[in-house]
Design a protein around this ligand. Structure first.
Ligand SMILES: [Cu+2]
Length: 237
């Protein structure tokens, strides 16, 4: 074997090994960003407490976080002019209402990320489109308070470049731009997470699910069933 030929074989082997290593690293990176982020957070766990909030329901009634004590609730962020993930989210909520609505301890909570446009009256007609009953709340209020609740309280991304102080909450969200984002709006500017958050009777965040994924929603229903069946104080795990 000539020296040149040997050198060629060695470098081909090195290149091959490097390529395999690269593919391996890419697969690991992929697993970290997709399934770890979406499946692990879909198991009932403890992801912090929902901070206090005071907002206005579509009926005009002021409501706070504490009005939800003792109930199991699913929360999402929407806005009425959204044409991308919000219709999917609200259809999924309507489905959850059909399944769990009869249980007096179950609530659905949709909070607008476009409160300047989404007044209680606007939310009321949006709610009617989805056949929302009284126990499915639609909340509006101060935009800064809502954005900080989403980011700091629930670790969900939201942004509206038209809104000057939107960046002042300080804490980065867990869910960076990617599959969980929806980008749209009356002017195509508002971006928000399309994740559903499950909260237990004690106001604790217990799981995150993807509104756009049927398997994720099946796991959400199983989690909600489990929390509703548990007696207060028994739903630790
Ligand atoms: Cu949307």
């Amino acid at each position: 074997m000539s020296r040149n030929r040997r050198a060629l074989i060695v470098s081909a082997a090195v290149a091959g090994a490097a390529a395999m290593l690269l593919v391996g690293l890419l697969l690991i990176a992929r697993r970290d960003t997709s399934s770890a982020a979406s499946t692990d957070l879909e198991r009932l766990g403890h992801y912090g407490e929902v901070p206090f909030f005071a907002l206005t329901e579509r009926s005009g009634r002021p409501v706070t976080r504490d009005d939800l004590r003792g109930t199991v609730w699913v929360l999402d962020f929407i806005f009425t002019e959204c044409t991308e993930t919000c219709p999917t989210q609200s259809l999924a909520f309507a489905q959850l209402q059909r399944e769990f609505g009869p249980d007096p301890n179950f609530r659905l909570v949709s909070i607008t990320v476009d409160p300047a446009h989404d007044t209680p009256a606007v939310l009321k007609s949006y709610a009617e489109r989805y056949g929302a009953a009284e126990r499915w709340w639609f909340l509006t209020g101060d935009q800064h308070a809502i954005y900080c609740l989403a980011r700091n309280g629930l670790h969900l991304a939201v942004s509206d470049p038209r809104f000057a102080d939107a960046g002042e909450c300080g804490v980065t969200s867990w869910f960076a731009p990617g599959a969980a984002w929806a980008s749209h709006g009356s002017q195509g500017l508002i971006m928000h997470s399309a994740r559903f958050v499950i909260v237990d009777r004690h106001g604790r965040i217990r799981a995150y699910h993807l509104a756009t994924d049927a398997d994720s929603l099946a796991r959400l229903r199983a989690n909600v069933r489990r929390l509703l069946r548990a007696q207060p104080g028994e739903e630790g795990g």
